[in-house]
Design a protein around this ligand. Structure first.
Ligand SMILES: C[S@@+](CC[C@H](N)C(=O)[O-])C[C@H]1O[C@@H](n2cnc3c(N)ncnc32)[C@H](O)[C@@H]1O
Length: 275
């Protein structure tokens, strides 16, 4: 079992590299239509992420491999309200599905960035973008805890089932605030726990790589975003993925002032149940 933060991140990278390679080889990635779980049922059943997160029109805009590689738990492009000419950043872009859809929304005068730490996912995403014939996309290698973009450079940050996988969520939220322009917005899909669940109880419901054990609670998400300098923060549960754990839409707007001090540190469920 992975114990240190570095071990956990490496386990996440390895698992999603395998999934990307499986799709590149003509298979179906994790094969579950959602985050890569380890297919081990828990006492609370197996996490269900839900299929059909994208409507028929959106699927029609995408190469088959991009749809097959989709491992999210929502549809952030549908909630981000993107406009022509904007710059959008997708954290943990995987096979590129949300970057390709975003690139079409912001048009040739806009730019869509995808950021991922897994080489195999970046290869797959670039191939899918080429097949979709979108040219206003850039896939960057890096970690979401240290975003390789300048401050105040992005209009909207999206993400699909990735922030729960981070071993340093306060750093991710601070980095989102740094790269967004004042007034810029966040619209992400993620797995979020009800406030009644302790980190240990979240870990009982699914693995870390499976996007369950590392999930923040609703209260932790709201507090973290407010401490990082966001306003109009909302976390809306959309569908239950396990007992007390939900697919959720998280939205917030960057204030123009500096972030408040005292960001709560949220540890990843002691890595219990990981991998
Ligand atoms: C559950 S998949 C979601 C992929 C994509 N957003 C989608 O909806 O299909 C998680 C992705 O996030 C990437 N990832 C996980 N943790 C990361 C981190 N700390 N920094 C950068 N990428 C990360 C993985 O490599 C993987 O591609």
């Amino acid at each position: 079992m992975a114990t240190s933060a570095d071990d956990v991140r490496e386990e996440v990278r390895r698992r999603y590299a395998e999934s990307a390679q499986a799709v590149a080889d003509g298979g179906a990635g994790c094969g579950s239509g959602g985050c890569c779980d380890d297919s081990q049922a828990t006492a609370f059943g197996s996490a269900k992420f839900g299929e059909a997160l994208y409507d028929t029109e959106q699927r029609g805009e995408l190469p088959d491999a991009a749809v097959l590689a989709s491992l999210g738990c929502g549809n952030p492009v549908a909630v981000a309200d993107l406009n022509e000419g904007e710059t959008v950043l997708d954290l943990g872009s995987g096979g590129g599905i949300d970057v390709i859809l975003s690139a079409k929304r912001v048009g040739p005068t806009g730019t869509a960035f995808g950021l991922d730490m897994t080489d195999e996912m970046l290869v797959l995403a670039r191939r899918n973008a080429a097949e979709a014939a979108v040219t206003n996309v850039h896939f960057l290698k890096g970690v979401i805890e240290q975003i390789p973009l300048p401050a105040d450079s992005v209009d909207a940050v999206i993400s699909n089932c990735v922030i729960n996988l981070s071993v340093d969520k306060p750093a991710v939220l601070m980095e989102i605030a740094r790269v967004l322009k004042p007034g810029g917005r966040v619209g992400v899909s993620d797995v979020v726990a009800e406030d009644r669940l302790t980190p240990e109880e979240r870990a009982e419901r699914g693995s870390y790589v499976g996007c369950v054990a590392g999930a923040l609670s609703k209260g932790e998400y709201i507090a973290g975003l407010e401490a990082a300098g966001f306003q109009d923060v909302s976390v809306t549960f959309t569908h239950e993925v396990a007992d007390g754990m939900h697919g959720a839409i998280v939205k917030a707007v960057k204030t123009s002032g500096p972030p408040r001090a005292g960001l709560p540190v949220v540890e990843p469920a002691e890595q219990a149940g990981c991998c």
